[in-house]
Design a protein around this ligand. Structure first.
Ligand SMILES: [Zn+2]
Ligand SMILES: [Zn+2]
Length: 112
């Protein structure tokens, strides 16, 4: 599958759980630094984690977190591991599980 056909809407990395929004710095919320470890990002080193929504008291806010590759890769692998332990479909045949497949794709995207 050619990787350049991946659009923002089916970015597998949007599936990854993020740290608590309120615990993040302004730079992390803006996508200037890694959402997990705060490493400064450039266009070359950043991994896009897709559009996220956060519910505030009166409104819903969209933000676009970014991460460094090592963090994105680690988070994707952890998420796949954790999912695999609790998913019957993945134990049975992981090639039929949409979540398992998407997380596997997230790992590939983080490695790119
Ligand atoms: Zn990082
Ligand atoms: Zn599964």
């Amino acid at each position: 599958m050619p990787s350049d056909t991946v659009s923002a809407s089916d970015n597998a990395l949007t599936l990854l759980p993020l740290p608590e929004f309120n615990s993040l710095s302004q730079a992390q919320v803006r996508g200037a630094t890694c959402v997990w470890d705060g490493v400064p990002l450039t266009a070359e080193t950043a991994v896009d984690l897709g559009e996220r929504r956060v519910r505030r008291i009166t409104e819903r806010v969209s933000w676009f977190p970014r991460a460094c590759r090592p963090c994105a890769l680690k988070q994707a692998m952890d998420a796949l591991l954790e999912h695999g332990q609790s998913c019957e479909q993945c134990v049975d045949d992981s090639s039929l599980c949409p979540v398992g497949l998407t997380l596997t794709r997230a790992i590939r995207e983080a490695r790119r």
